[in-house]
Ligand binder design. Structure first.
Ligand SMILES: [Zn+2]
Length: 245
């Protein structure tokens, strides 16, 4: 995949301001996700603030294979791992992260960039703890969730991801849950989190509620071919089917 156009646009945008916002093309109208991010149609918004992630690795609890994907789950009973700033007015708590992988390196991401797919996409899921008391409540409500999306490309080995890869053999079978602790999700973010696209969208699986503020990083991260192969081992045992939001 040739990402140069994206990087060019990113550099160009950065000269004016590090942060941009939609409008973006939404197939079928309304606010359904995922979308194709059309770089030339993204619009600068001076109201957007820097993104503030404050993750406590001690809130990391477990990893489980739900039959569709593997999720790393965090203790979200208090404001210990939080996301603020950016397009957000409230404080959001991290509850889990997961990936969307394709069947080959050519595709897998949910969002597309100028109609181009990436091999995979990471979703860090947060819920609004200022307005709601539980994830289950926030997920159905306006402004309930904030999800950070990060595109993945195959390239250099990702040292941060390796701890996760090492845990995968224990959850190859659907329904497996194992303890997984002290994982700092910040290590999966790109070095530059100031450049992103944001829009109001929805869950990408039922109930498809339009409760999500999406924050899609302009900078991708890289994982090695070997690391990707380990991930596909999990998918094999979960019938290669996945979902998430
Ligand atoms: Zn997802």
């Amino acid at each position: 995949m040739d990402c140069s156009k994206v990087q060019e646009a990113g550099e160009y945008n950065t000269k004016m301001h590090p942060m941009w916002q939609g409008p973006l093309v939404v197939p079928g109208g309304d606010r359904q996700s995922p979308i194709d991010i059309v770089v030339r149609k993204s619009v600068f918004d001076s109201e957007l603030k820097p993104l503030l992630t404050n993750y406590d690795p001690r809130t990391c609890q477990q990893i489980w294979n739900n039959g569709y994907s593997f999720l790393v789950e965090y203790d979200d009973t208090a404001d210990k791992s939080t996301l603020e700033g950016g397009p957000l007015q409230d404080k959001f708590r991290l509850c889990q992260f997961h990936f969307h992988w394709g069947e080959s390196n050519a595709w897998g991401s949910e969002h597309t960039l100028d109609r181009r797919l990436f091999p995979a996409e990471l979703h860090l899921v947060h819920w609004n703890s200022n307005k709601y008391s539980l994830f289950e409540e926030a997920v159905m409500e306006e402004n309930g969730l904030a999800v950070i999306g990060v595109f993945l490309k195959v390239g250099k080995r990702h040292e941060g991801l390796q701890k996760l890869v090492d845990a995968l053999p224990a959850i190859r079978h659907k329904g497996s849950v194992v303890e997984f602790t002290k994982f700092d999700p910040a290590c999966l973010l790109p070095t530059n989190t100031d450049d992103y696209w944001t829009y109001h969208g929805s869950l990408t699986t039922p109930p498809l509620t339009e409760s999500v503020t999406w924050i899609v990083m302009k900078q991708h991260i890289e994982v090695s071919h070997d690391q990707v192969c380990e991930v596909y081992e999990v998918k094999y045992f979960s019938h290669g089917c996945y979902q998430g939001f």
